[in-house]
Design a protein around this ligand. Structure first.
Ligand code: NAD
Ligand code: IPM
Ligand code: MN
Length: 356
C-alpha cells in the first residue's frame, strides 16, 4: 500500500472552496484504488489567521510541513492584509524554504470552444511552461532609500545565481529531451543587461549537452505576442520567475481562464515536499458565492498523482476534465454554466468513477 501524506492549506477566499473539491477527488481515488491511501492534515493558515493572530503561519510552520509528502494549497491573499505580507509569509515562504525551484505550468487547450483565439484547436495550444520558482525577480532583495523624501529611491534586485539558473534550464532541457519536444527560452537580454544576458548564455552553454533538442529563444515581449497570435510555436518553455508568472496568466487566458490553470511547485530532488496549487488567487470578487471553478484545483491533483508516479490517475483526472468541460450544464459561470463549485465536484467524481 502506497501512503501519501498531504498537508492541506486551503488558504483564503475561494481557496477553501476549490480545495474541498480536490480533496473529494482524492478520497474518490482512494476508494477506487486499493493500492493507494492518503492522509490529510489541514492547516488553517492565511489572512484570517493573520488578522486573528498577527502571523500568516505558525512560527514552526515550515518544520511542521516538512514531514509531509506533498502540500495542497488553495490560494493566499485577501483584502485587509497587504499582499506582500500575505504572500511572502506563506506561499512564497513555502516555495523558497522547500526549494521548489521548478514551477510546472501546463498551458493546454482541452477543447476549441475554450479559447478566445480564432481557428485554434487542441493541437495548436499544448505547451509546458517551466517557470524558475526560487529566485530571479522574486529574490525578495532590495532597498527602500530616503523614504518619503524627494530623493526617494526604491531598488528591487533580481538575483540569478549560476546554480539557480543552470538547474532550471537543465531541468527544461531534460524535459524537452524526454518528451521529444522543442525548447523555447524566454528572456529579455536587450534591456536587462545583466540578468538576462547571463540567462541567455547559460541557456546556450547547457544546450551544448543537448544537441538533440531543437531550441528557440525569444524576447518576452515578442513571446507574449506569439502566445496569442501563434501559440503553436511553443512546446516546452523555460523562463524566469516573473516572466513565467505573467506568461502563464496569458496561457490561462487562451485556454479557458484561470479556472482551468494549474501549477506544481516541485523540488525535483525530493528532499522537501512539493506543493500543488491552482494558478489563480483567492478571487475576492466571487469568494463565498459557491461559484468558483474547482477544475484548476482538481487539475493540480492530477499533477500531484503524476509526481507520485501514479500516471494512470493523473491521466484519468485529465480525461475527466476533458469530458466534463463538454457538459455546459455542469460547469461554473466562468465557463458559461450555472453549476456551483460543489456540483462540479460531484459531477466530476461521477464521471471519474464511471470511467474506472
Ligand atoms: P485572482 O486569480 O484571484 O482573480 C483574477 C480573476 O479571475 C477574478 O476575476 C476572479 O474572479 C477570476 N478567477 C480566479 N480563479 C477563478 C476560479 N477558480 N473560478 C472562476 N473565476 C476565477 O487574481 P487577483 O484578483 O489578482 O488576486 C486576488 C488575491 O489573490 C490577491 O491577494 C493576490 O495576491 C492573490 N493571489 C494569490 C495566488 C496564489 O495563492 N497562488 C495567485 C494569484 C493571486
Ligand atoms: C502565482 C501568483 C504568485 C506569484 C503571487 C500570488 C505571489 O501570482 O502563483 O502565479 O507571483 O508567483
Ligand atoms: Mn500569478
Amino acid at each position: 500500500m502506497k501512503k501519501i501524506k498531504i498537508a492541506l492549506i486551503p488558504g483564503d477566499g475561494i481557496g477553501p472552496e476549490v480545495v474541498e473539491q480536490g480533496v473529494k477527488v482524492l478520497h474518490a481515488i482512494e476508494r477506487m484504488d486499493q493500492g493507494l491511501s492518503f492522509t490529510f492534515e489541514t492547516f488553517p493558515w492565511g489572512c484570517e489567521y493573520y488578522l486573528e493572530k498577527g502571523i500568516m503561519m505558525d512560527a514552526n510552520g515550515i518544520d511542521l510541513l516538512q514531514k509531509f509528502d506533498a502540500i495542497y494549497l488553495g490560494a493566499v491573499g485577501y483584502p485587509g492584509v497587504p499582499d506582500h505580507i500575505s504572500l511572502w509569509d506563506l506561499l512564497l515562504k513555502i516555495r523558497k524554504s522547500f526549494d521548489q525551484y521548478v514551477n510546472l505550468r501546463p498551458v493546454t487547450l482541452l477543447h476549441p470552444s475554450f479559447t478566445p483565439l480564432k481557428k485554434r484547436s487542441e493541437k495548436d495550444i499544448d505547451m509546458l511552461v517551466i517557470r524558475e520558482n526560487s529566485e530571479g525577480e522574486y529574490a525578495g532583495a532590495g532597498e527602500w532609500l530616503f523614504k518619503g523624501k524627494p530623493e526617494e529611491v526604491v531598488l528591487q534586485t533580481g538575483v540569478f545565481s549560476r546554480k539557480g539558473t543552470e538547474r532550471i534550464i537543465r531541468f527544461a532541457y531534460e524535459e524537452a529531451r524526454k518528451s521529444q519536444r522543442t525548447l523555447t527560452s524566454i528572456s529579455k537580454a536587450n534591456a536587462l543587461n545583466y540578468s538576462m544576458v547571463f540567462w541567455d548564455e547559460v541557456f546556450e552553454e547547457v544546450g551544448k549537452e543537448y544537441p538533440d533538442v531543437t531550441t528557440f529563444s525569444y524576447l518576452v515581449d515578442a513571446a507574449s505576442l506569439y502566445f496569442v497570435s501563434d501559440p503553436g510555436r511553443f512546446e516546452v518553455v523555460v523562463t524566469s520567475n516573473l516572466f513565467g508568472d505573467i506568461l502563464t496568466d496569458i496561457g490561462a487566458a487562451i485556454t479557458g481562464g484561470l479556472g482551468l490553470a494549474t501549477g506544481a511547485n516541485i523540488n525535483p530532488e525530493r528532499e522537501f515536499p512539493s506543493m500543488f496549487e491552482p494558478v489563480h488567487g483567492s478571487a475576492p470578487d466571487i469568494a463565498g458565492q459557491g461559484i468558483a471553478n474547482p477544475l484548476a484545483a482538481i487539475w493540480s491533483v492530477s499533477q500531484m498523482m503524476d509526481f507520485f508516479d501514479e500516471k494512470e490517475w493523473s491521466e484519468k483526472i485529465l480525461a475527466t476534465i476533458s469530458s466534463i468541460i463538454l457538459e455546459t450544464d455542469n460547469l461554473t459561470p466562468d465557463l458559461g454554466g450555472k453549476a456551483t463549485t460543489n456540483e462540479v465536484g460531484d459531477r466530476f467524481i461521477e464521471i471519474l468513477s464511471r470511467a474506472t
